[in-house]
Design a protein around this ligand. Structure first.
Ligand SMILES: C[S@@+](CC[C@H](N)C(=O)[O-])C[C@H]1O[C@@H](n2cnc3c(N)ncnc32)[C@H](O)[C@@H]1O
Length: 391
């Protein structure tokens, strides 16, 4: 069986746009040898959660970057000093969403990503590995073309895909764009036909080649917390329901095996296109009259709790009564595997000062750690340095 061959020095990763550390957890789940040596984000609440769980200060604000305000203020020298050979990044998605007006590279929120792309050739040693996560639509953006053109010029081999956690056996539909790039040891190719940017292909199957795997997600009952159905804090308020004439929101039951993507708006108690709502009563009722919202009141509708969303995003959270898994093997087979709820520390825990709304917002902004771990393990860290794009 093919292994993630550690023919290289241990990974020293930098995590840009780190939020609550979804990429850091994904890195742990990949089982690759190495560490995330530093992280960068401007969100103070996200940074507080990150510090709480990893015991590391994002940005090293007080030590190296007393001037740090934003990723686009980092110089090549600032980055060089980490001697990192891997970049993990999940830049803001608003430039590529309809809600964010789709301004793409003209959106001020794309500036930090464009700055990092620009800095790549100025580094004394560009990273050997690059991983990027973003939303659907990034694959058709100008920002992506700018990134691919730079990666081509620096001799990276690239793989791109659009995948949902459902394809990995997780009961959450969160279709996302992922890019994995490894720098070839040979210099830039003189042959323009090998330019990836000109013949790019975005994979939508998992794995990219061979037989597609199909894992059935487990029932939602497995991720639900006990004793929250009656809690006022999570109940969908009647007055909001009554105002929701003809909002066809996504109602799911504990026997279902799918939820829709949780966005950061879920934290503001939105329930239309912001994530699924759980039906806790009259569960034999499965057809809903959204034009008569008062009929929805007896269904006992409630929001998913932050812990439940964290489980659906495959963050490691303390197990339900069972013992945690032993730490993952440093070398793991590089073939797809079926999903197992991660239960090994470091866990995702929220400091008590972080409110439920803030937790939902941070989780809505984050990503699926298992999908990241699988892509790192089976694609990025499996790529050989001489490999020409051959998937
Ligand atoms: C899509 S979220 C990434 C979330 C993260 N992957 C996680 O697991 O929580 C984008 C993040 O970029 C941060 N961000 C946006 N612009 C930034 C900038 N110029 N410098 C540093 N961080 C920035 C935001 O605060 C946000 O946390």
């Amino acid at each position: 069986m093919a292994k993630v061959v550690q023919e290289r020095r241990p990974i020293r990763a930098l995590e840009f746009f780190s939020g609550i550390g979804g990429l850091h957890y994904g890195f742990h789940l990949s089982g690759v040898l190495g560490e995330v040596v530093s992280s960068f984000d401007v969100n103070t609440v996200g940074n507080e959660v990150y510090r709480h769980n990893f015991n590391k200060d994002p940005n090293n604000v007080s030590i190296l970057f007393s001037q740090f305000t934003s990723i686009d203020t980092l110089s090549a020298k600032d980055i060089d000093r980490y001697q990192a050979n891997c970049w993990l990044m999940s830049p803001p998605c608003q430039p590529y969403t309809r809600g964010g007006k789709m301004l793409d590279d003209q959106d001020p929120r794309a500036k930090a990503l464009l700055h990092l792309i620009d800095i790549l050739p100025k580094l004394s040693q560009p990273p050997e590995y690059i991983f990027l996560e973003n939303v659907l639509n990034f694959e058709t953006s100008r920002s992506r073309i700018i990134l691919l053109t730079q990666l081509d010029s620096l001799s990276y081999t690239v793989h791109e895909c659009l995948l949902s956690p459902l394809q990995f056996g997780i009961a959450n539909d969160r279709l996302r764009y992922y890019l994995m790039a490894r720098r070839r040891s040979a210099g830039p190719s003189a042959d323009p036909t090998t330019k990836y940017s000109e013949r790019a292909m975005v994979h939508t199957r998992w794995p990219f080649e061979g037989e597609e795997v199909s894992y059935e997600p487990v029932e939602l009952a497995r991720v639900l917390e006990q004793g929250v159905d009656e809690m006022e804090e999570f109940r969908v308020p009647e007055k909001d329901l009554l105002k929701s004439f003809d909002f066809r929101f996504d109602i799911v039951r504990q026997t279902d095996r799918r939820t829709s993507a949780f966005t950061k708006a879920y934290g503001s108690r939105h329930f239309y296109k912001a994530g699924s709502i759980l039906q806790t009563k009259q569960i034999d009722v499965t057809s809903y009259d959204f034009t008569n919202p008062s009929t929805l009141i007896p269904l006992g509708l409630r929001f998913f709790t932050p812990l439940e969303v964290a489980r659906l995003h495959a963050f490691p959270v303390p197990p339900f009564g069972a013992q945690p898994d032993p730490p993952s093997e440093p070398e793991q087979p590089a073939e797809p595997r079926s999903f197992r709820q991660p239960t090994s520390p470091p866990y995702l825990e929220f400091p008590p000062t972080v409110t439920t709304i803030q937790r939902h917002r941070l989780l809505g902004n984050s990503l699926n750690c298992w999908v990241v771990g699988e892509l790192l393990r089976c694609v990025l860290f499996k790529m050989k340095s001489e490999e020409v794009n051959e998937w």
